[in-house]
Write a protein that binds this ligand. Structure first.
Ligand code: ZN
Length: 469
């Protein structure tokens, strides 16, 4: 690796590995991400620390869990912050080390982009008229501007080393798609898209919904996007998937333009590129759309791709090690030869890439708290190599899944006596984690009005509005 390498971090909001060719998808929506991934490594077991934008972002910019950053929701100040005094951010560490640190596009960081010069989103129209099945909202228009502005910047790079961030919204425009689009005659989910409809996943139907934790049974009552999907047919869900692929394609096109700009000068040859999501998308698994509340694979697992000088090229998706987005900050410090500030919770993935360490993390933890503060139903996920254990305080509910034999998380093993030792082991891991990170999880309050738990379990039984934004 050259001295003082540049770093380009490309974030795609809502991006699931499931739609990326390099991770095995065959629809061909991500040729640019695939090309980049073919030159480096792609982690297959990387997890966000919260399935929601702002808490996830605050965590990976500081390498601290949401309960430590105190950024627990998407935007209500009475729930979030203040940031702790000892919180150090990626932007601070690199700017103090002499890097030009510059961020383009979506922020939603609650102050954890501290140390970055920010270039705000500048919405610009798309070059092509969008198909009526795939209307474009602010997410796409802002990405048009972000892609153009960072590309202009990359074509005239600084002499000093840089950390540049291209923070793209898409495929987040799927949220606007799910809501009613006023410009169309009918619900957009009924407009046939110009592509073969993707199939529904095997775990679309949840047979045992009444046995799932209360916050999962009633996501529709606390998240307006799932409430908006109430009454959808199987075909509507397939239209949703087609739209999700399309918005992913738009993100990938932006990645292609940004990579062309990066490699327009010699600086590109000395640049580590990271491509990652901030959380996933339900993608009709468990009947879910968008994200939030549930800690299943679809909402917590994210792509995490590294390519650049010194990063070996690996054809296969690395299912091991388990990676947390808390690892981003220490990994970039390691790559640039900078000391990792304390306290941080993640660890550099570079030794694992080089085969220098067998075990990276024994387990990964993700947290759930609330979207806006109107319903608070705290949960924790502990993901080990074979199992996933989830616990919500509401109703004292637990889930345990065998991720090797049941990757779709269809059978909760908590009531099964053959798994009692595994369950005990994972309960203990959670307790260990709570102690080590001073997580007050056990003392947190559940705040859910009865009106958000009133109908028969399951999204298909939802009536009325969802909790207010
Ligand atoms: Zn409901």
């Amino acid at each position: 690796m050259s001295e003082s390498p540049n770093i380009l971090v490309i974030i795609s909001d809502h991006l699931s590995p499931e739609v990326i060719g390099a991770y095995g998808d065959l629809r061909g929506c991500t040729p640019n991400i695939d090309r980049l991934a073919a030159q480096g490594v792609k982690f297959g077991s990387a997890y966000a620390n919260c399935p929601l934008c702002q808490p996830s972002r605050a965590s990976f910019w500081s390498s601290r869990y949401p309960h430590e950053t105190r950024v627990l929701s998407n935007g209500r100040k009475h729930v979030n912050g203040p940031l702790p005094d000892d919180l150090r951010t990626l932007g601070e560490v690199f700017s103090e080390a002499g890097y030009r640190t510059i961020h383009f596009g979506k922020e939603h960081d609650f102050g954890t982009l501290r140390g970055f010069e920010r270039v705000a989103s500048d919405p610009r129209p798309s070059q092509e008229e969008p198909h009526p099945a795939w209307p474009e909202h602010g997410d796409t228009l802002n990405d048009n501007g972000t892609g153009e502005v960072i590309s202009e910047w990359l074509r005239n790079p600084d002499r000093q080393p840089f950390v540049a961030v291209a923070d793209l919204n898409n495929p987040h425009d799927i949220c606007g798609w799910t809501g009613v689009n006023q410009s169309l005659d009918g619900p957009v989910e009924n407009v046939p898209p110009p592509m073969d409809l993707p199939s529904l996943p095997n775990n679309f139907y949840v047979e045992d919904m009444a046995q799932r934790p209360l916050p999962v049974q009633y996501i529709c009552c606390t998240h307006r996007r799932l409430a908006q999907a109430t009454g959808w047919t199987e075909e509507n869900y397939r239209h949703y998937l087609a739209a999700y692929y399309h918005y992913t394609y738009l993100a990938d096109q932006a990645v292609g333009n940004i990579m062309d700009a990066l490699h327009a000068t010699a600086a590109g040859d000395n640049t580590l590129v990271v491509v990652m999501g901030d959380h996933g998308d339900g993608m009709a698994h468990h009947g879910m759309v968008t994200k939030q509340v549930s800690l299943y694979e679809e909402t917590t697992r994210v792509p995490f791709i590294l390519a650049g000088p010194g990063i070996p090229q690996r054809d296969e998706v690395l299912t091991e090690p388990l990676v947390s987005l808390l690892d981003l900050f220490p990994t970039l410090c390691d790559y640039a030869g900078l000391a990792v500030p304390s306290p941080t919770r993640g660890a550099s993935v570079l030794p694992a890439i080089r085969g220098e360490r067998d075990r990276h993390h024994t387990y990964i933890v993700a947290e759930w708290h609330t979207e806006w503060g109107f319903t608070v139903s705290p949960g924790r996920m502990v993901r080990t190599r074979q199992f996933k254990y989830i616990r919500y305080l509401e109703g004292e509910s637990e889930e345990l899944y065998d991720m090797i034999n049941d990757p779709g998380e269809t059978r909760n093993l908590v009531p099964d006596s053959p798994y009692s030792a595994v369950l005990a082991e994972h309960r203990q891991l959670l307790q260990e984690h709570l102690r080590e990170t001073a997580d007050p999880f056990e003392e947190l309050e559940v705040q859910v009005a009865p009106c958000w738990r009133h109908h028969a379990p399951g999204y298909w039984n939802h009536t009325g509005p969802a909790a207010p934004m």
